[in-house]
Ligand binder design. Structure first.
Ligand code: ADP
Ligand code: MG
Length: 244
């Protein structure tokens, strides 16, 4: 499955005089896990925000399944089948776990692709929340908040899911559990995943290809075996984050 579903073409994003994305080009293939790594400030989170419609680019084009999405509001990106999770998980603390996931479903699915309640049960089971649906979301721990945010994103029935540092703040056992969950989501629901992650060994284990960003540009794109065995890449772009 080498078909490109999302294509970024010459994306420039400026914050005042700072050029956060500098003519960035890359594509995401249907069903793959594309890893994105690179130093702090390289533009990884900005790239995700542009791909998911939160930040409009100053230049360039975003095409998803043949439609040009630039200039559309975020909910239209979502309705087209693009979802995301954030580095710091946000949940509605006055709601139950299940209600949080329902918000994702109701926000995300346009009438034509409205998710069924069967899908909600499937999503809760897949993310390991089947027994905590009735629990208040205020009191749950970090990994459960991450599960809820992932479940809410999946309830929108995305074709492509962007995740910004999903493993941040987790301990070793939780990293393993959440990385396995990401792999399962990709395999079982056939969703392409774009994964920004500092834990590069885990990133290499999960990804079919890894894109290295530096100063807002794509400097390397290759399979993990090549990226991880290149001393220059490790030294220049992955540095001390070369752990876990
Ligand atoms: P990364 O996620 O790779 O660490 P970011 O995409 O967050 O990098 O940031 C890229 C660059 O853009 C950094 O220099 C950062 O300081 C700057 N930047 C990001 N968001 C904003 C913003 N909202 N306003 C101004 N500068 C920003
Ligand atoms: Mg970031």
């Amino acid at each position: 499955m080498n078909q490109d579903i999302l294509m970024l073409d010459g994306i420039v994003k400026r914050f005042g005089r700072l050029v956060a994305l500098d003519h960035l080009d890359f594509s995401v293939r249907a069903g793959e896990i594309l890893g994105i790594a690179g130093p702090n400030g390289a533009g990884k989170s900005t790239a995700l925000a542009v791909c998911t419609g939160q930040l409009p680019p100053n230049e360039g084009r975003i095409r998803f399944e043949g439609q040009v999405l630039n200039g559309r509001p975020p909910h239209e990106f979502c309705h087209a089948g693009i979802a995301r999770t954030f580095q710091i998980p946000q949940v509605f603390s006055s709601m139950t776990v299940r209600e949080n996931v329902e918000v994702g479903r109701d926000f995300g699915a346009p009438s034509g692709r409205r998710a069924s309640s069967g899908n909600l049960e499937e999503v809760l089971a897949l993310t390991g929340l089947q027994d905590s649906g009735g629990q208040g979301a205020a009191s749950v721990d970090l990994i459960t908040r991450k599960r809820i945010m992932l479940a809410a994103a999946l309830a929108t029935e995305p074709k492509i899911l962007f995740m910004d540092e999903p493993l941040a703040g987790l301990n070793e056992a939780e990293i393993k559990a959440f990385a396995d969950l990401i792999a399962r989501v990709n395999a079982e629901r056939d969703i392409a995943i774009v994964l920004v992650e500092h834990k590069v060994r885990t990133l290499a284990r999960l990804s079919s290809r890894i894109l290295i960003l530096n100063f807002g540009q794509a400097v390397r794109l290759d399979v993990p075996e090549v990226i991880m065995s290149d001393p220059e890449i490790i030294e220049l772009y992955l540095g001390k984050s070369h752990a876990a």
